[in-house]
Design a protein around this ligand. Sequence first.
Ligand code: SF4
Length: 142
Amino acid sequence: MCCKLPEIQVLSKPAGQMCTHCNIGVGCDAYEYRPDDCRQFRCIWITSPLSDRFRPDKMGILFEMHKAHKTVIGLVEEGASWKSGRPMRLIMQMVNDGYTVWVVDGTERNLFLPSGETKQNALAKAQTIWGEAWQHRPMLKT
Ligand code: SF4
């Protein structure tokens, strides 16, 4: 899912479309030359002790951690249900731990703020993380 859901501008890869370098079941056929976006990607499931039940392909949502900004961005697979059950429990746990959580579901952005955080600051951090790509995402719903 990390090679499908994110938009990767340097590869001209749109969000939700499998990267042409992805050799399914084998790996990345451009691994040594993969762009910085791929090198820096931090999947929460890979970098934390979450159980197999929280694997992105089992939940239909891929969470990317931006620790320096205390921000998590969740990318939802088309048609996946994330507003209840395990995905929502994980979101609320991250919010309780002080993280701002964005959930991008198609053209919709959903924002979950931890105590003491403001929408304005959350937006500023998102723009820092995503740069110009942020401007292309049309709707904000909180
Ligand atoms: S370049 Fe490789 S690591 Fe990056 S999205 Fe494509 S297949 Fe995945």
